[in-house]
Design a binder for this molecule. Structure first.
Ligand code: ZN
Length: 164
């Protein structure tokens, strides 16, 4: 055997080994992928069972799993957050079907229910205006009382008679 033929054999041998290893890796990767696929499938079934169990038992007074309460709570929070997002986007919810409608829409686009224009916004404005108005009125009353007591007669009567 010459040096070159020996070298050739070694290279071929190493090449075979490498290709076999690669083949082995590929097969392992394929098998791992199969395992992953089955695990994903199981996860989905678990989730589906969980959903169905939740739907069956969400009304229970004392649910067997405390997770039921956590899910219901989270659903409630999601609703609140969505409402807040709708308000920030200038949208309202239909009082009948819950579809999002424009702030100034009179009727729901989905179910046709009558919608009072922007009641929430009006309420907010009224709330904001109320303290200022109350404060002004309080000041006016105070001023009138001071005036009246200084002159000794009700301020309104005096002004009305002298004017006409
Ligand atoms: Zn509607």
């Amino acid at each position: 055997m010459t040096f070159f033929s020996e070298l050739g054999e070694t290279i071929t041998g190493t090449g075979k080994e490498v290709s076999q290893k690669v083949k082995g890796f590929t097969e392992i990767a394929k098998l791992n992928l199969e395992v992953k696929k089955k695990e994903d499938l199981i996860q989905k079934q678990y989730m589906e069972i969980g959903k169905q169990y939740y739907e069956l038992h969400k009304q229970d007074a004392e649910p067997f799993f405390e997770e039921i309460g956590l899910i219901t709570e989270a659903f409630g929070e999601i609703e609140k957050l969505k409402d807040e997002i709708s308000r920030k986007k200038g949208e309202r919810k239909c009082p009948s079907c819950g579809a999002s409608i424009d702030q100034d829409a009179l009727f729901c686009k989905r179910c046709g229910a009558k919608c009072e224009p922007a009641p929430e916004q009006a309420e907010e404005e009224a709330e904001a205006a109320a303290p200022a108005e109350a404060l002004e009125e309080a000041f006016e009353e105070e001023a009138l009382t001071e005036e009246a007591s200084a002159e000794g007669t009700p301020a309104e009567e005096g002004e009305g008679e002298t004017g006409e």
